[in-house]
Design a protein around this ligand. Structure first.
Ligand SMILES: NC(=O)c1ccc[n+]([C@@H]2O[C@H](COP(=O)([O-])OP(=O)(O)OC[C@H]3O[C@@H](n4cnc5c(N)ncnc54)[C@H](OP(=O)(O)O)[C@@H]3O)[C@@H](O)[C@H]2O)c1
Length: 222
């Protein structure tokens, strides 16, 4: 993939998607931030460019962003995933790679968030079922803290486990390796997303116990 090719980040107006946009723009990649509202996407792109100090982000509706990119990150809450995926199925480029960062979580009031297992096993598998086999879904970033990503003054001290079809995953790993401090690791097929999505619950618990907002994971001896 040429470094000139833009990368779409749907739901990139806040949280994880916006933080990822900042890191990719800081690494010199063009990014199209997607939103349900075009003005919100344009505003987020302007903010990212200003914060990073380069003009590499643009903003558009989710559908338009997804239709021009070979790699499309889904960084929206699980509640909106199905509707978004259904709408995008018609516009995604043939052979596009969809990267699911989505974790199905439900918070009980004052308690710890629970993983809400989708009927397909994971959010990434639900996305694959909705988009169909022409689109390769890869799961990544599901347990990576948006706070760690948006803090550009520090490297993201974290291994990112990537799963899905091997070649598509390698392409996603090339992008993730642009993020300072990140080591992407390939584990195998998309079924591993059932584990990587659940790791988020573990890390949220650790953040609470140790008063952090960016607990991360490093694997040893590999
Ligand atoms: N935050 C983290 O640290 C983190 C870490 C790992 C994984 N994740 C996962 O990444 C995903 C995004 O998390 P987040 O914290 O960034 O979420 P968020 O801030 O609540 O939402 C991100 C963006 O998604 C869009 N959105 C909200 N509801 C939507 C809906 N029903 N349908 C379509 N788009 C919707 C909004 O953009 P517009 O209103 O502009 O469309 C919003 O700015 C989640 O699945 C989360 O589990 C988050």
């Amino acid at each position: 993939m040429s470094p000139e090719q833009p990368i779409a980040i749907l739901g990139g107006t806040a949280g994880l998607g916006r933080a990822l946009a900042m890191r990719l723009v800081a690494a010199g990649r063009r990014v199209v931030i997607g939103s349900r509202v075009k003005e919100r996407a344009e505003k987020a792109a302007g903010d990212v460019n200003k914060l990073v100090g380069v003009e590499l982000a643009s903003g558009d509706l989710n559908e338009s962003a997804a239709s021009v990119c070979d790699i499309v990150f889904f960084a929206v809450p699980f509640a909106g995933l199905y509707q978004l995926a259904k709408a995008l199925k018609k516009v995604l480029k043939s052979g596009a790679i969809a990267v699911s960062c989505v974790v199905p979580l439900e918070s009980d009031v004052g308690g710890t968030p629970e993983y809400l297992e989708p009927s397909n096993g994971s959010a990434a598998e639900a996305l694959q079922a909705t988009l169909g086999n022409e689109i390769k879904v890869v799961s990544a970033l599901t347990y990576v803290s948006a706070h760690a990503l948006e803090d550009l003054s520090n490297p993201v001290d974290c291994d990112i486990v990537v799963c899905g079809e091997r070649e598509a995953s390698q392409r996603v790993m090339e992008i993730l390796s642009l993020i300072s401090g990140v080591r992407p690791l390939y584990v195998g097929g998309l079924k591993y997303s059932r584990i990587t999505e659940r790791l988020t619950v573990l890390l949220i618990g650790l953040n609470r116990q140790y008063n952090s907002d960016r607990a991360g994971i490093r694997f040893t001896y590999i």
